[in-house]
Design a protein around this ligand. Structure first.
Ligand SMILES: Cc1ncc(C[n+]2csc(CCOP(=O)(O)OP(=O)(O)O)c2C)c(N)n1
Ligand code: SF4
Ligand SMILES: [Mg+2]
Length: 307
């Protein structure tokens, strides 16, 4: 049977296995007639651009593979923003990322740049080594709250105190996402997790650690900001912060730290929409969004050069 016009592509009509391909009762017995399995797309799609305009396409810095993250997870958005920034700044060949242990452990499968894996919590130490060996490269770590603020808090503080010229992207989703939602240093007071089933109690576990505020007091931190990715406005601001963190590396003035409040719908036991709302309603009370430490004085003048 000949091809029939379709809205976007010309396809051959696929008939049921026991149906003759050309509709004639005896066609299936004719030598050379096609079975249903042999009916394949014969022509390539017509150009979609004739009818549609492409308004967005993923950057080359993101590999064309499916991500393993749960629906609505903030990790995938943060990956995309970081890779868009690398693409727009034209630094793909010079950028090296360090992946954590946690849900983002496979970041290197998605980011089309040079990457290294680090043992749980050791990303800042690994990034220190890479940056010192390759001082002209742009180096970043990507870490969760369990990775950065629990097991890796020592590495994080010491790297920033040394003013290592790296960017740290810190996904704060207030739980150990990968290992099924245990309490993290950043879990909110009253937050129910698998290891705080009655809610985080201040007398037992203390207050959630505000890592950004803490490290902003270290002289080695140059730029510290807290962002989110749960709305279009938040995403735009987060992207800007990520761009800054890369651009400021050219100045060699210290560590740039971008905390991103993200959702973990699976372990929060919420829908992605509820989880986004939870960020606005609860998370930002403990972790206010905005810049915490900005370059000033002479550094501000220097920044003009890298704009
Ligand atoms: C040395 C070591 N200790 C513990 C673990 C188990 N572990 C794997 S991921 C993880 C927590 C990850 O939480 P977080 O960093 O917040 O990342 P998320 O999954 O929430 O993005 C832990 C404790 C490990 N892999 N290695
Ligand atoms: S468990 Fe949470 S952090 Fe991990 S992929 Fe799922 S939503 Fe994301
Ligand atoms: Mg986490």
């Amino acid at each position: 049977m000949r091809s029939e016009e379709h809205s976007l592509v010309e396809v051959e009509i696929i008939t049921k296995k026991d149906e003759p391909a050309d509709g004639k009762a005896d066609a299936k017995n004719e030598p050379g007639s096609k079975t249903a399995e042999e009916h394949v797309f014969e022509e390539k799609p017509k150009c979609i651009n004739e009818e549609y305009e492409v308004v967005y396409h993923k950057p080359d810095t993101l590999l064309d593979v499916s991500m393993h993250y749960c629906p609505g997870c903030a990790h995938s958005l943060l990956h995309k923003l970081i890779m868009e920034a690398v693409d727009e700044l034209g630094i793909q060949e010079k950028t090296v990322g360090v992946a954590p242990v946690g849900c983002a452990v496979f970041a290197y499968d998605y980011m089309n740049i040079d990457m290294s894996e680090a043992a749980h919590g050791r990303a800042c130490a690994t990034a220190t080594g890479i940056k010192r060996l390759l001082p002209d490269s742009y180096v970043f770590t990507y870490q969760g709250d369990g990775d950065l603020a629990a097991i890796g808090i020592a590495e994080t503080i010491h790297a920033i105190n040394r003013g290592e010229n790296i960017a740290i992207f810190f996904m704060n989703n207030a739980v150990y996402g990968m290992t099924s939602g245990q309490m993290a240093p950043t879990s909110l007071l009253g937050m129910k997790t698998t290891t705080s089933p009655y809610g985080r109690d201040v007398h037992e576990y203390g207050e959630p650690i505000k890592v950004s505020e803490l490290i902003s007091h270290l002289p080695g931190s140059f730029y510290v900001t807290r962002q989110a990715v749960n709305s279009a406005t938040a995403v735009r601001k987060a992207k800007k912060a990520i761009m800054n963190a890369f651009r400021y590396q050219k100045l060699n003035k210290g560590t740039c730290f971008v905390e991103v409040i993200g959702n973990c719908p699976s372990n929060w036991k919420m829908t992605p929409l509820e989880a986004s709302k939870y960020i606005d309603d609860e998370m930002v009370k403990a972790f206010p969004l905005g810049d915490i430490k900005l370059p000033k004085g002479e550094d501000l003048k220097l920044l003009e050069e890298v704009k």
